[in-house]
Design a protein around this ligand. Structure first.
Ligand SMILES: Cc1ncc(COP(=O)(O)O)c(C=O)c1O
Length: 443
């Protein structure tokens, strides 16, 4: 059976070269670590492009698909440029993400603005730069959107975000579509929102419904149900308000394989399920086929990304038969293990003579006992100075990184068929303190 990018743990270009070193996209990782130092985020453009093209192919059966990349998974100017060149639009949630797009020379005509508490400044900035649409999340936002659009003499296209009441089996913090969620209108409140838009908010044009049911999803059936609920609501709105909304946005969420226990469907399976559900329910409810927005994040970039660390100190606890090895990064460059108990696979990138696997726990360098990157992993004779490659760090690592302990953020390198290009420079100590201000009386 064919396995697709999101069903693999490693980038699709991973091999071992003649020196016995790990090689990805024609690049010797040990050499790469020497050249750019560690910790280092690396993105394999070949794997990323393959996944993006699989998405496009899988949804090409439904002509009215609009593909957007959920920027929150990984946003840098170069990554934005890559997705833009592949024909993707963007889902953004902040002024900073919009600014990054503009910095990359990308206009906002294929961009939707999500989020549960957009500020007036953010709304104004997005409208001034002609964003395509907002996904309005609550009554407060509707009022602000209308006020700002009115002041600009604009009719602003919007979707409204709803919580469809679907629970999927993923971590509590990355479930978003269940009724008890901070996001969106629940189905009871939605009608009131529509009434207000139609009767009071004359500068808003409601064209669609948006939902996002969660992240790291392994079940295809939840997408079938989500589309059904969105179309059921469009039918109900049509009957009640005499308008037929022409767009649905089903969010992102497709899972990836972090460890061999993970078993996500392929993008082709979810595309078929979604398209099937649209066909069945449009026919059943007598609706026109809607424009379909999808906004995946993790599944587009996660497998393409990995992080290189250098192994430093180690500690053995004899009575517990336990060994820690520490690397030069940790929870500040990858907060997911400490936040979500996320699990990762890693291996030593430099050549080893023979096999002498031992069970170790990979600890970070930050001042928190919880700064553990991987618990109980088998590594081949890990030693000080070895380069450790942690797979599947392309999503929600750099974008969630911090300067905890005033540790500098790592650089990011894009690799492709033997070429390597820096796309985010390593942070400098000067940059770390550039916004610090010492009050006059202490100078
Ligand atoms: C509204 C919305 N859309 C899309 C995404 C992307 O989800 P994923 O990265 O799981 O594909 C998220 C993630 O939280 C989201 O909140």
């Amino acid at each position: 059976m064919q396995t697709y990018v999101n069903q693999k743990i490693k980038p699709i270009t991973t091999t071992t070269n003649s020196k016995g070193n790990l090689e990805i996209s024609g690049i010797d990782l040990t050499e790469l670590a020497k050249k750019y130092e560690t910790p280092l985020y690396v993105i394999d453009e070949v794997t990323l492009t393959k996944m993006a093209n699989d998405y496009k192919e899988a949804f090409s059966k439904y002509e009215k698909t609009k593909m957007t990349f959920a920027s929150k998974a990984l946003m840098t100017s170069a990554i934005a440029k890559i997705f833009h060149n592949l024909g993707f639009g963007f889902d953004v949630v902040s002024k900073g993400e919009i600014y990054t797009l503009l910095n990359a020379g990308i206009s906002l005509d294929k961009v939707s603005f999500n989020g549960n508490n957009k500020s007036i400044d953010e709304i104004t900035f997005a409208m001034d730069n002609n964003i395509d649409h907002f996904s309005a999340d609550n009554f407060y936002e509707l009022e602000k959107l209308n006020e700002i659009a009115k002041a600009k003499n604009k009719i602003q296209k919007i979707h409204i975000r709803i919580t469809p009441g679907i629970e999927c089996h993923t971590h509590e913090y990355i479930q978003t579509g269940q009724t008890d969620s901070k996001f969106g209108f629940d189905l009871n409140m939605m009608d009131l929102a529509i009434e207000k838009i139609l009767n009071e908010y004359k500068n808003l044009k409601l064209v669609g419904l948006h939902a996002h049911i969660g992240s790291q999803i392994f079940e295809t059936s939840v997408y079938f149900d989500e589309v059904k609920i969105l179309l059921e609501q469009i039918k109900r709105i049509k009957d009640k308000f005499n308008i037929e909304l022409s767009e649905i946005n089903i969010g992102g969420g497709l899972g990836i394989t972090y460890t061999k226990e993970d078993n996500p469907p392929s993008v082709f399976e979810i595309a078929d399920t979604i398209i099937n559900s649209i066909n069945i329910h449009c026919e059943k409810f007598g609706l026109n086929k809607p424009v379909l927005y999808i906004e995946p994040g993790r599944s587009l970039v996660c497998t393409a990304g990995f992080t290189l660390y250098t192994i430093g100190s180690s500690k053995e606890i004899k009575e517990l038969n336990k060994k820690y090895i520490a690397v030069d990064g940790g929870m500040a460059d990858n907060p997911r293990p400490s936040m979500y108990q996320a699990e990762y696979v890693a291996e030593i990138a430099n050549a080893k003579t023979g096999e002498n696997f031992e069970k170790v726990t990979v600890a970070g360098k930050f001042c928190e006992s919880g700064d553990i990157l991987i618990k109980d992993i088998m590594l081949n004779n890990p030693k000080q100075g070895d380069i450790l490659c942690v797979y599947d760090t392309g999503a929600y690592c750099y974008s969630m990184s911090s300067n905890y302990n005033c540790v500098l953020k790592p650089a990011m390198v894009l690799i492709n068929s033997g070429e390597d290009d820096i796309i985010v420079k390593r942070q400098t100590p000067e940059q770390l303190v550039q916004n610090d201000v010492i009050p006059k009386r202490y100078r």
